[in-house]
Design a protein around this ligand. Sequence first.
Ligand code: NDP
Length: 280
Amino acid sequence: MQRLESTVSLAGGVTIPQVGLGVFQVPSAQAQRVVEDALAVGYRHVDTAAAYVNEAGVGAALRAADVPRAEVFVTSKLRNGDQGFDQALRAYDDTLERLGLEALDLYLIHWPNPEAGLWQDSWRALERLLDEGRVRAIGVSNFLVEHLRELASFASHAPAVNQIEVHPAFQQREVIAECERAGIAVEAYSPLGQGGALEHPMVREIAAAHAVSPAQVVLGWHVQQGRVVIPKTVSRERMVANAALAGLALTEAELAAIDALEAGDRIGNDPRTFALSQIR
Ligand code: NDP
């Protein structure tokens, strides 16, 4: 379980646990049980979003659990329909209210939604929250190289993280290279390819060689390269397994074999065009 104690340093001095629990597609009623289980097995990092409509369940778990608030890293995200300076400030307050928290550890712009042209004002709102000490760190999600470069041209704070889809069949090397150049930590979402990556014969072969599960191989491939991962599971058993990576060290050849699985297979939406308000 050592991986749950491993952290990544973010710009601005905050550290984030390298393995967290994602709760996308977990209904709010179930989210409380799921997050309570995660906290009980040792997770100290939870990734939610206004758009997941489960912040209330996540918050209930945080309050019910016997873990001090300061020991849990909580991330949420500004949904597309709340972009804009004033809207974003209001949305942050609403998120805190639903979670029952006084501050988030990390608040992200969920999507750039370039057509709306509001992410720049949204970023200024997040900077205001950071400057006022109302949030510990701010970042972005689904930002491509062009968005990161534009942001760098006007921002007074660089994003601490960029949360993007990364799994063996979709590796986003250009975006990751830009993040590394700019000192932005990469958080891999859908790190297991929503389960698809676990079926690949190469992944299964490497798993057999180490006597571990395919999920452990894929998560090991991420964490050995310094990425934060937020695998989602509602199963307590899988929560334990997904964090039990401590003794696993993939060889350079194995890392390269997984790198070679790049296939351009995006599962989620395309950040250039995704424009749904995500709820309303
Ligand atoms: P993941 O790659 O984490 O895959 C989740 C799927 O894998 C679920 O079906 C889960 O099933 C299954 N699974 C988990 N662990 C195992 C295991 N050990 N063995 C076999 N199957 C397993 O996909 P997500 O898309 O959920 O991504 C993770 C998180 O990333 C999200 O929950 C969310 O927090 C974030 N995210 C962010 C996005 C963004 O736009 N910023 C977009 C998408 C996700 P089961 O639950 O039944 O165990």
